[in-house]
Design a protein around this ligand. Structure first.
Ligand SMILES: [Zn+2]
Length: 411
C-alpha cells in the first residue's frame, strides 16, 4: 500500500499518524513534545513533519497484469545458476534468503529468474540498493533485460512509481510504502547508509507484506545475519568464485611515517603505471584530501579527475576513464562498489582511516581484475598503522580464494 500524510481527521481509511507513543510512518518511538503538547516524530521528520494531530492515509497501488519476458544476451555460469536457483527456492518456500557472493560474481544476474517468476504472478516487487549510483546502473541493466516490464526508479526527488511492475529504490524512499511488496530484494546490505542503520531496517520491514519474501545480497556478511542463519531464520548460500574463476587480488600493505614519505611511495607506484600505461584509482578518505591529491597528481599527468558524492558530472568522468582517456582517477568511497573497469590497479591512501571499514576495503579490492582477459591487478593499502579493518579485509579475501580453490578442485 502507498502511504501519505493528511492533515485533517476526516480521511477515510486513515489511521492516527502517531499512536500509543509510536510513529506509524516509521515505527519509531523517538518523539518530541511541542509547546502545544503535541508529539512529533524525530526519526522521520526529515521527510516532512509528522505529529499526532495528523492522519496517515493508505491506499492500494494499481498494478496492471501482463506477460513479462527476460531478454538475456548471454548464459549464466554454473555458479550463477546455483545462486539463481537458491533465490527461486527461497521464494517458492516463502523463506527469506541471504546470498553472499564475492565482488565480480555477477550477483544481479542471479536475481533475474526469481523476479521474472514474481512478475508473471502479478506480484509487487522492489529492488533496493543503498547507493544511488549503483541503483541507477542496475536499473539500466534491468531496462535492457526486461523489455516488456514497466520499471521505475525512486531516489531523492524522483518519486514516480505509479503502475511500476518493479520499483528500484534506495531504502530511504521505502517510507512511502506500507506492506506493499511480495518480493523485496535488498542488494549491497553491507553498504552505507544501510549498514547498522536501524531506522532504514524498520522501513524495509514495514514495506514488505507480512507473507512477503526478502532476499538479501552482499559480498560480506555481518554477525547479525549470521545469527539469523544459525537460528535457521534465514536461508544462506555463498559463491566464492568470480564468474571467470580467477583469484581475488590480495591487498598489499605499505606503511609510511609521514605525509612526505607517503607521497614518495605513491609517486613511485604511479610512475610505473605511467610507463606501463595502466590505469589506477586512488581512493582517499575525505573530499579535502581528494582535492590535495588531485592537485599533486597534476605534476605527473596533465589530465586527472577527482570524484566524490559532491561531483556533478560523475557519470561522464567515469565514462571518460572507462574509455581510457586518462590514467589516474582520485575518488572517495563513492566509487567503491557497483562500477566495473576492465584493467585497473587500486591504491587506498590512509587505508587505516575509519571510513574504510572492512566491507568498504573488500569492495575496493573487488574493483580489480573483474573482467575476462584482465584478471590481474594490484591493490595497495597505504597507511601509517595497520587497522583491524585492513587485517580483516585481507584475511577474508585470502579465505575466499582458498574456499573457491577447494570448490574448483572438487568440481
Ligand atoms: Zn516517524
Amino acid at each position: 500500500m502507498i502511504e501519505s500524510i493528511y492533515k485533517t481527521k476526516d480521511s477515510i481509511q486513515s489511521i492516527e499518524a502517531i499512536k500509543n507513543g509510536v510513529c506509524q510512518r516509521c515505527f519509531g518511538n523517538n518523539l518530541h513534545k511541542d509547546k502545544f503538547n503535541n508529539y512529533h516524530c524525530l526519526d522521520c521528520y526529515k521527510y516532512s513533519d509528522i505529529n499526532e494531530t495528523m492522519r496517515l492515509y493508505r491506499r492500494n497501488r494499481i498494478m496492471i497484469s501482463k506477460i513479462h519476458i527476460l531478454n538475456l544476451l548471454y548464459n549464466l555460469t554454473e555458479e550463477q545458476k546455483k545462486g539463481s536457483n537458491f533465490f527461486v527456492n527461497c521464494f517458492n518456500n516463502n523463506n527469506p534468503g541471504f546470498l553472499q557472493a564475492v565482488c565480480g560474481a555477477g550477483k544481479t544476474e542471479m536475481t533475474y529468474s526469481v523476479i521474472l517468476k514474481a512478475l508473471n504472478q502479478g506480484l509487487s516487487i522492489a529492488f533496493i540498493i543503498p547507493r544511488v549510483e549503483v541503483l541507477k546502473e542496475v536499473y539500466n541493466r534491468f531496462i535492457r533485460c526486461f523489455p516488456k516490464t514497466n520499471i521505475k526508479i525512486l531516489y531523492e526527488n524522483n518519486k514516480d512509481f505509479e503502475f511500476a511492475d518493479i520499483i528500484f529504490s534506495t531504502p530511504q524512499q521505502l517510507i512511502y510504502f506500507f506492506q506493499e511488496f511480495d518480493l523485496l530484494i535488498l542488494d549491497e546490505v553491507d553498504a552505507f547508509p544501510f549498514v547498522n542503520n536501524i531506522f532504514l531496517e524498520r522501513l524495509v520491514m514495514k514495506s514488505v507484506k507480512t507473507d512477503g519474501v526478502i532476499l538479501y545480497m552482499s559480498a560480506t556478511i555481518n554477525n547479525k545475519y549470521l545469527q539469523l542463519i544459525n537460528q535457521n531464520k534465514l536461508k544462506y548460500f555463498s559463491i566464492a568464485s568470480r564468474y571467470h574463476f580467477r583469484d581475488l587480488s590480495i591487498p598489499k600493505f605499505i606503511q609510511y611515517n609521514n605525509h612526505k614519505q607517503m607521497l614518495k611511495i605513491l609517486k613511485q607506484f604511479l610512475k610505473i603505471r605511467l610507463e606501463l600505461n595502466r590505469q589506477c584509482i586512488i581512493f582517499v578518505p575525505s573530499i579535502n584530501f581528494g582535492h590535495i591529491i588531485k592537485e599533486w597528481l597534476l605534476e605527473l599527468q596533465d589530465k586527472t579527475f577527482f570524484i566524490s558524492s559532491k561531483t556533478k558530472y560523475k557519470k561522464s568522468i567515469v565514462k571518460e576513464f572507462r574509455r581510457g582517456d586518462f590514467l589516474f582517477l582520485v575518488a572517495t568511497t563513492v566509487l567503491e562498489r557497483g562500477v566495473t573497469f576492465s584493467n585497473i590497479d587500486c591504491v587506498v591512501i590512509n587505508s587505516d582511516h575509519e571510513v574504510f571499514s572492512k566491507e568498504s576495503l573488500i569492495q575496493i579490492s573487488g574493483r580489480v581484475g573483474r573482467v575476462v582477459g584482465y584478471e590481474n591487478g594490484e591493490v595497495i593499502f597505504l597507511s601509517k598503522y595497520l587497522s583491524t579493518s585492513m587485517k580483516q579485509c585481507k584475511k577474508e579475501i585470502v579465505n575466499m580464494n582458498e574456499r573457491k580453490n577447494n570448490e574448483v578442485q572438487t568440481m
